[in-house]
Design a protein around this ligand. Sequence first.
Ligand code: PLP
Length: 377
Amino acid sequence: MEQELERPAWLEIKMKALAKNYKFIRSKLNKKTKIAAVVKADAYGHGAVKIAKKLVCLGTEYLCVGSPEEGIELRNAGLEVPILVLAEVLPAQYQSILAGDLIQTAASRETLFALNKFAAKNNKKIKIHLKCDTGMGRIGFLPEELFEVYKLALSLDNLKLEGIFSHLARADETEKEFSNKQLARFDCALNKIKKSNFKLPLIHIANSAAVIDLKATYLDLVRPGIILYGLLPSAELKEESFLEPILEFKTKIVQLRELPPASTISYGSTYKTEASEKLAVLPIGYKDGYPRLLSNQGEVLIRGQRAPIRGKVCMGQTIVSVEEIENAAIGDEVVLIGKQGTAEITAAEIAKLASTISYEIVCNLDRNLKKIYLEDQ
Ligand SMILES: *Cc1c(COP(=O)(O)O)cnc(C)c1O
């Protein structure tokens, strides 16, 4: 344990920047719209408990998680706000829903009946939000069946219907035609309920991309995830200068070497020095969530300058060139994601090199990396 704490590889998470991003989101919304902050997947790798506590302090009304187990983790940490589980569950997880007083997404008739039965057996009520599939094609009731399902949910005595929501599949594109079509489908299904003089529960559809530039989606709640952490949902969306990435991934140089010309570096000898070259070894690799696809492609920051990766990224070690960096020394701080001086490497830059999205880069950071929460940044 002690050793793990001393290991020179860690995440710094800036709580003031989180507050800034949160306030930026709030400033865009209508007064009536509430925020259901998405902290699934350990708050996208940022540490769910700390992030959730801060967000609740800032005024977040709801939290969204990816499973009942994630909800229980937040309850055990003393969080008391309503927690919505965004995904479908199996019967083995029902006990956690009750134990955590969680709000469960219901996306099939089977789940509605089974949850109701389980709640009745335990003499309890389970809170649910119905999921409507307006075009995401993942989970949910089709718009055409929503009214019937709504009435069914109301008729089940041990369920408490508190919301109906949908999810946008393409809000991160500049072209909003598909999103508007999803919105229209959702609206149409909800209108059928309204017209029949039923009262609508909480209605929501917006993710981060919609919060950024689709005002029509600001309903009773919005569900922002990635922008809370200061990252954009896609490279296509225009730069939101108000967002600040809150996570930095850092390590230190553990070894310096100078290899002669024609030396080959790392597995597969995919890099060969032309002249003699000064190299630094870093104690991080793909087991830390640093993508192997960065081999011979990625860069890190040392002394405010970019240092290119040489050869394959290994499981726990990576080699970079410090040929151009004067006075590079053992123990120097190395930034893998984040800023150093005026230089910056973003999760988006790494995502592009690794043919993925920044979501996957931050989510995949090893949970065992020590996290340092900075309250003054
Ligand atoms: C993950 C998720 C979100 C948040 O998405 P972002 O793009 O990170 O804002 C919202 N709603 C649902 C249903 C999700 O699964």
